[in-house]
Design a protein around this ligand. Structure first.
Ligand code: SF4
Length: 231
């Protein structure tokens, strides 16, 4: 795994908002090289891509990009059908200009029904036939591809982005667990009483209820208090 050099934050003003992308770039002649493909949202390259240790252009993780950058750079929030339509445009299927790949050989019934399925159905097939190119999908720098923001198997426009439901579910019991592990002493840095003492107490476990009914710890540290914590 090659080391990725964090790209410096773009210093110039953000470019203008572009239309939703569909690989509608054009070939241009560069001064120092032969003609090359210029994506339709090429002004946003510094926001969407970075360079690895070999100075190769790689795409950023879309889940780390601000939503306004994604939206303005041609990757707005969209339905699955709209993304599929733009993919059909990109592959020349919708315009009758299929470029031989026939949309990766997919039949209409095989097309993804969810945005989070685009990675499995489209991107892994795009980078190879054996579906072992997850790292290539992660590095994909075709930032004018409609599937680009969904290539990690997530929808970056999901309102639940960044919310860990399981973390919220276990956090109320955390003070009880720490108190149980430390033998009744409050965990370092936690001055709050555990919910099993402040709430109804019906949901507290048996050890936690025993700890709640135990006499308050004296000012003299006991042997258990002086034992070092493990793990
Ligand atoms: S985002 Fe990249 S890997 Fe996915 S379909 Fe487009 S070009 Fe292929």
């Amino acid at each position: 795994m090659s080391k990725v050099i964090p790209a410096p934050a773009p210093t110039q003003e953000p470019p203008k908002t572009v239309e939703p992308v569909a690989c509608r770039g054009r070939m241009i002649v560069r001064e120092e090289r032969h003609a090359g493909y210029q994506p339709e949202n090429h002004e946003w390259r510094a926001w969407l891509c970075e360079r690895d240790a070999k100075c190769k252009l790689i795409g950023k993780d879309p889940m780390t990009l601000p939503l306004d950058v994604l939206t303005a750079s041609g990757h707005p929030s969209a339905r699955t059908s709209a993304v599929i339509f733009r993919l059909r445009v990109a592959h020349g299927v919708a315009t009758g200009e299929a470029r031989g790949d026939s949309f990766l050989g997919l039949q209409p019934e095989d097309l993804p029904k969810r945005l989070t399925a685009i990675r499995e159905t489209i991107c892994l097939a795009c980078t190879g036939e054996n579906n072992l190119n997850a790292w290539e999908v992660r590095r994909c720098a075709v930032y004018d591809c409609p599937a680009w923001p969904f290539r990690m198997g997530h929808n970056p426009h999901n309102p639940q982005r960044g919310v860990n439901r399981f973390q919220k579910a276990v956090s109320p019991a955390e003070p009880c667990r720490q108190r149980f592990q430390t033998g009744g002493a409050a965990a370092p840095g936690t001055d709050l009483a555990p919910p099993c003492q402040t709430g109804t107490g019906q949901s507290a476990s048996a050890p936690a209820r025993q700890l709640a009914s135990a006499p308050a710890a004296s000012s003299t540290p006991t042997a258990s208090d002086q034992e070092p914590e493990h793990g």
